[in-house]
Write a protein that binds this ligand. Sequence first.
Ligand code: 13P
Length: 341
Amino acid sequence: MNLHDLNKIANAMVTPGKGILAADESSGTIKKRFDAIKVESTEDNRRDYREMLFRSTEAMSKYVSGVILYDETIWQNAKDGTPLVKLIEQAGAIPGIKVDEGTQALPQCPGELVTVGLDKLAERLKKYYERGARFAKWRAVIDIGAGIPTMTAISVNAHALARYAALCQAAQIVPIVEPEVLMDGDHDIDRCYDVTQRVLNKTFQELRVQRVELEGMVLKPNMAVSGKKCAKQASVDEVAEKTVRMLKACVPAAVPGIAFLSGGQSDEEATAHLDAMNKIGGLPWKLTFSYGRALQAAPQKAWSGKAENVAAGQRAFTHRARMNALASKGEWEGGLEKKVA
Ligand code: 13P
């Protein structure tokens, strides 16, 4: 492992003014997104949609540091035969790859999941590196509910995240370590804070045990937020203040950067929260975005599967990317949204 090079890539991924486009929806998830805009989820449509994003020159060259791809996409070519990976590289962004293989029910723990995909991972990483991937992603899912999460679920998921991260670094690939505490449910922000803190502490304990170099990784956590069905929704300032406090308590300063998931927040909420945290300032790591839904909901709607809407889709994507890029520097203002709308 060359830690100096891993650290350089990790730093590039979290450059202030840029963030990560999570375009790594599995076949099942992208079908759900396409169903919502009444587009059939064929291989060609998935390719056309992603090609539209990666050819958004302004967004990709100015505001996007890296793109997380799904296995199908990393092997796909654009309509003119150029590999999609090349489009990303030509725009100056770094290609990345989701390498987990989804979740399975966790034995003895009703309602809880464990992320799988460690078997043969070393071989797969080698092929992804050859294709151009310089970072990877693995997502663990922790649900909050009556009696859950159990320590069992937290522990096995943290262990798998660390196994994955160590294998990535051995393959000269920067791991994005993503322990996601879901925002589904009626719990309040303080319960989210407590659970996320436990999950992050266990994750960093495992990373240490398995000798993962913190300078060569990026953390992708959820923010401390109220459950979607909670009657009392925390304000933007409360989310920012509690998320920063939680991360300061759990995330060593050796980690170059933290790139949040959006997790079902609205587009503007996800931007406002990131901005408010960066306005607090004085943080030991960079804070940016690695959004899926909060970057893509608008372009998906504008595109709706029609070739004549490609320019509108690209405009919508560029706008969201720019808003989040400003938020990564604490320079966003709500007024910038209204001007465009
Ligand atoms: P969301 O921003 O839609 O949560 O997606 C990010 C991601 O990569 C989840 O794994």
